[in-house]
Design a protein around this ligand. Structure first.
Ligand SMILES: [Zn+2]
Length: 135
């Protein structure tokens, strides 16, 4: 499933899913897109897999996939990867399956988290990318 086909996560007891929404002292640096755990997730862009990372240092069962192109880095969190670092992917490619967050945050809306960094390494709002792909 493409990220743009998933509904935006609305607010729940753990917060709201929009870019810049409050996370206590911090702000949410991506957008959350609701999907059932186990959903096959498409790459948000065509590019190269540059990292398979770990969102949480204290629980290495959670993963993220980073795809890079044109100096931009696109990260999709809470995805069990089915790709390897160095793979070329297109938007037709599946990069993995969405993971369940309920073991970590009870009653949270199940979702993947999408964040984007520009070539300067700054976080940018990915919301316009999602809307552009919905057209
Ligand atoms: Zn998020």
């Amino acid at each position: 499933m493409h990220l743009y086909e998933m509904p935006f996560r609305r607010c729940d007891g753990h917060g709201c899913g929009g870019f810049g929404d409050s996370r206590g002292a911090r702000k949410h640096n991506g957008v959350d897109l609701a999907c059932r755990p186990g959903t096959p997730v498409n790459s948000p862009v065509s590019g190269r897999v540059t990292k398979l990372g770990y969102p949480y240092g204290d629980d290495l069962s959670f993963r993220y996939v980073e795809i890079s192109t044109n100096g931009y880095r696109y990260r999709v969190f809470y995805v069990e990867p089915t790709v390897a670092e160095g793979d070329e992917v297109s938007r037709d490619s599946f990069i993995g399956q969405s993971q369940s967050l309920n073991g970590r945050y009870s009653d949270i809306t199940e979702h993947v988290h999408f964040e984007v960094m520009n070539p300067a390494g700054e976080i940018v709002d990915p919301t316009p990318i999602i809307f552009a792909q919905q057209r």
